[in-house]
Design a binder for this molecule. Structure first.
Ligand SMILES: *Cc1c(COP(=O)(O)O)cnc(C)c1O
Length: 462
């Protein structure tokens, strides 16, 4: 499935060129032994493929907003790049909203979700014109109060998140449509459907229904069943009201990512086709659509590149001690079954290593025994000074930093290949250009965020 438009030809070649250039240009060094790298053309291609996927199944003129889930890559330059590619932003905290604004994402292309919005957050969103999806009956009542408070110049799209209760996927922490999920108004609880229809009927400003069935680990059929359930609710509301009360459907994100190879599978196109089969009315132009993909847009365009500091052996096992561990790959280290990563290996010059594979552990720098990225992995023998690349880490790995051992958040750089004219002869050659996305955290910043300004504070108390 998905090979036709998997769109990742040359990903491995681009990656190898980037690693070689990162070593040669001093992006990764002995003193800066771990960095994040983002494949900018890869991100652009993923965004374009998402637009195409939905355009291909939607009636002409259908209003579709692809709002990138900021938590997957909370980096201002990434949000700006995606905005340039025609995406908006899905935010779930004041911090994420601030990042979207700093990136220049217009409020009209921003969607605020989150199960715990404060009155101040709601007020700010309404004042800015940011769309809001209320998470609960309780939050809807809060919106009632805010809208009663005073007239707004214009009311942004306001919706209610519904939990279609279609069931969970293979990773329970990421399954949001279980019967008892903390998210949304449960659709199948007793009396819920009637309450929902009435809630929409009573509120002319409540014009959107939102659902996000889950993330990594959810089968596409389950996601489609969730979308079908909210579509049917929208039809019922509109039938009951006798007008187009629900004008748009926000179908969330959650497309899983293949962490086992460079193939992009499933594709956004495959998901869009499945939705078109399962819920044909979704795309006939009567509803505006919002999507909130995160992982599937960024994962395959990022890597964590780290030096091997030491190669040792213990109990007959080879262990490469690298600078990439729990501080950058917290989910992989603490839940290795759910979040395995491919590890690519390069020598001290950044060239792919191709020696005979040996079973090795790839360890991180943190001071606890479980700080392992891979155990018993078959890889060409790693030596001190080599490099490892943790692949498919463009989504969530730059947001899930873990401050253990006061290890700094690494710098993140974007890269792209460009043509360069060589010397006097002017022969063109391809080089890789890096631009900073996020600076590495400095020691001063680490001290400051660890209370450096309050050093004597506690000594004042007895
Ligand atoms: C996390 C989240 C997303 C994005 O999920 P992905 O699996 O990264 O696509 C979208 N919408 C909501 C409400 C979320 O919580």
């Amino acid at each position: 499935m998905g090979h036709v438009d998997s769109g990742n030809d040359g990903a491995a070649r681009r990656r190898d060129a980037a690693v070689r250039a990162a070593v040669r240009q001093g992006i990764v060094t002995a003193d800066r032994p771990v960095v994040g790298l983002l494949d900018v053309p890869g991100i652009r291609a993923a965004a374009a493929a998402l637009h195409r996927a939905f355009a291909q199944v939607s009636a002409p003129g259908t209003d579709v907003l692809h709002a990138f889930a900021v938590k997957a890559a909370p980096l201002v330059p990434v949000l700006r790049l995606l905005a340039e590619e025609g995406l908006g932003a899905e935010v779930a905290s004041p911090g994420e909203l601030a990042l979207a604004r700093a990136a220049g994402v217009p409020p009209a292309r921003t969607v605020l979700d989150s199960p715990a919005k404060t009155p101040a957050e709601l007020r700010e969103a309404l004042a800015l014109g940011v769309a809001v999806n209320a998470d609960s009956r309780e939050e809807l009542v809060r919106l009632d109060g805010l809208l009663d408070d005073g007239p707004l110049a214009s009311v942004p799209p306001l919706g209610l998140r519904v939990n279609p209760q279609v069931g969970g996927g293979s990773i329970s922490a990421l399954s949001t449509a279980t019967p008892t999920s903390k998210f949304g108004v449960p659709l199948r609880d007793e009396g819920a459907r009637e309450w929902l229809v009435r809630a929409y009927a009573e509120r002319p400003w409540l014009t959107r229904i939102h659902a996000h069935v889950g993330s990594q680990g959810c089968p596409l059929e389950l996601m489609a069943a969730g979308v079908r359930a909210v579509y049917e609710l929208a039809e019922e509301v509109n039938e009951h009201v006798g007008a187009r009360r629900v004008r748009s459907l926000d179908i969330g994100g959650g497309l899983p990512v293949n962490f086992a190879s460079d193939d992009v599978t499933p594709t956004h196109a495959a998901y869009a086709r499945l939705l078109a089969e399962a819920v044909p009315g979704l795309f006939d132009g009567r509803y505006g659509l919002v999507t909130e993909f995160g992982r599937s847009l960024l994962a395959k365009s990022g890597m964590v590149l780290a030096r091997v500091e030491y190669a040792k052996s213990a109990g007959g096992r080879r262990i490469a001690v690298t600078h990439a561990g729990a501080q950058v790959a917290v989910r992989t280290v603490f839940a290795p079954e759910a979040w395995p990563l491919r590890v690519a290996v390069y020598d001290a010059w950044g060239r792919p290593k191709d020696g005979a594979p040996e079973s090795q552990d790839v360890a991180g720098p943190c001071c606890f025994a479980g700080d392992l990225i891979a155990t018993g992995r078959s890889l060409p023998r790693l030596e001190a000074g080599d490099h490892v690349a943790l692949l498919d880490t463009g989504a969530y790995y730059f947001s899930n930093h873990f401050a253990y051992n006061t290890l700094p958040r690494p710098g993140v750089y974007g890269y792209a290949e460009h043509q360069r004219m060589e010397g006097a002869t002017g022969t063109p050659s391809v080089d890789v250009r890096f631009v900073p996305v996020r600076p590495p955290q400095s020691l001063d910043e680490l001290v400051a965020e660890s209370g450096g300004a309050h050093a004597v504070g506690l000594t004042a108390l007895r």
